[in-house]
Design a protein around this ligand. Structure first.
Ligand code: ZN
Ligand code: ZN
Length: 390
């Protein structure tokens, strides 16, 4: 029985490792022109029905020209094409991309690249092994210096998001974009080798709820000691995103914040909601000391959703008390972010204490299971490869 399980896991791992995903790069930046250079491995170009080999050290300049792309190498113009694929043919292939118009930071990517014109800008798509992509996401979303079990929890969360949103950009010809709209992805993970190890050691693992559906695995920087229920932030109540006490994060970097606001500005703000406030000696009236997280700030019969206050005053969180201080009020805040789901700084502390990633995940998401993705989604249904096989 044990051997069968090991064999099943082995096949699972192989199928997950072999899957590729299409990620649109520099998606928020409207790039007109990029410079491609290979870093490791060997690359070939398939441009419409033409085939070119790229010699080592060669550099390609790719520019949008109307509905086509112009490709030049160092000493040659390769031509004008509708679609250019630059495919790695060695075991490990890595390239560097540097947008030149506009000029943006160069980044390093694994695997393949596909470029075409979309709305007169370059559509730059990284066709990449899912786990390699995820290690880049974990670094961008999770920061560079943390214990490995924390990175594992972040990898499982980002993988869950990836599969849940795999069709988010299907009609545009790729799976996910690299901006905050989907998940931040700034190329290959380079700062900490443990990030890649953590991602590959959890390969294929995702989080499901009791109905065997992928969860909405939200996370934030620090919950301030109590996580938030999803219904208080996004209206929809999720059985696994419920408020719970968290002692792991309360001494971490983003556990507390403070903001001083002139009392007269706060008065004017409340009056916009219809509050009746005396003309003088009013700052004491704004004192507010809620017991735990609340949905609303209350002043007499006025209720203002705390998530609106957070947005209006650009606060780090919607979790604070108010202490009057002369002509000012002081907001004593806790945490950083919306507070729903996994608290990153709490998860880091748990990992430091030797708690493993499965326990970390189950601490922040109520009543969930961690399973291999292909036990709920057959591989063939996962990835949109339509535009790679055209
Ligand atoms: Zn997106
Ligand atoms: Zn926390």
């Amino acid at each position: 029985m044990k051997n069968i399980l090991i064999l099943a896991f082995w096949f699972t791992s192989i199928s997950v490792f072999s899957q590729k995903i299409d990620i649109a790069l520099y998606f928020d930046q409207s790039v007109n022109s990029v410079v491609f250079s290979s870093v490791t491995g060997s690359y070939v170009i398939i441009a419409d029905s033409n085939y070119f080999k790229i010699s080592k050290n060669d550099v390609l300049m790719i520019t949008c020209k109307g509905d086509s792309v112009l490709v030049k190498s160092l000493n040659d113009t390769l031509g004008l094409f509708y679609k250019v694929e630059i495919n790695g043919i060695d075991k490990d292939n890595m390239f560097k991309l540097k947008p030149s118009d506009p000029s943006l930071d160069a980044r390093t990517y694994d695997d393949n690249l596909q470029i075409s014109s979309r709305f007169r800008k370059l559509l730059i798509v990284n066709n990449i092994n899912i786990e390699k992509y995820l290690s880049g996401v974990v670094e961008a979303e999770g920061g560079p210096k943390s214990p490995i079990e924390y990175y594992k929890s972040q990898a499982v969360i980002c993988r869950t998001y990836t599969f849940q949103n795999i069709e988010r950009h299907t009609f545009e010809g790729f799976n996910l974009c690299d901006g905050v709209h989907c998940q931040a992805y700034k190329g290959k993970s380079i700062q900490n080798p443990e990030i890649i190890t953590a991602t590959f050691e959890t390969a294929g693992k995702v989080i499901i709820d009791t109905s065997k559906t992928l969860i909405t695995a939200t996370f934030h920087s620090n919950c301030g000691g109590i996580t938030e229920g999803s219904e208080n932030v996004w209206i929809k109540s999720m059985p696994y995103l419920i408020s719970k006490k968290d002692d792991y994060c309360i001494y971490q970097r983003n556990a507390k914040w403070e903001k001083t606001i002139p009392a007269e500005k706060w008065k004017a703000y409340l009056e916009r909601y219809g509050a009746q406030i005396p003309a003088e000696n009013y700052s004491e009236l704004f004192k507010w000391n809620p017991n735990g997280r609340q949905m609303n700030y209350t002043y007499e019969n006025i209720k203002i959703p705390l998530k609106d206050i957070r947005y209006d005053w650009k606060l780090r969180s919607a979790f604070f008390s108010i202490v009057p201080s002369g002509d000012n009020i002081i907001l004593n805040g806790r945490g950083y972010g919306h507070g729903v789901g996994l608290c990153q700084e709490g998860a880091m502390k748990m990992a430091e204490k030797g708690i493993n990633f499965e326990e970390i995940i189950k601490y922040y998401y109520y009543n969930v299971m961690i399973i291999p993705i292909d036990s709920i989604m057959p591989e063939t249904s996962l990835i949109n490869n339509k535009h790679t096989s055209e």
